[in-house]
Design a binder for this molecule. Sequence first.
Ligand SMILES: [Zn+2]
Length: 76
Amino acid sequence: MSEQLILEPTPLNAVDRCDRCGAQAYVRATLLNGGELLFCAHHAKQYAEGLKPVVAAIQDESAKLSVSSTASAQDE
Ligand SMILES: [Zn+2]
């Protein structure tokens, strides 16, 4: 679609990297101070509890992990 002014979260993609290990990021944590952290599925789990007090929103696209690997599959 065209550009929108609403705060539609940008989908994570292959250029988004985990801040901790550099793997592809599947989770974006928006902090209360306006900052942003990217995590792979592994580190998202690891840091989820500790980040709770400072996180305003979590965008979890880790479901893509299973989707992308079976994208060409018919039905599983
Ligand atoms: Zn990671």
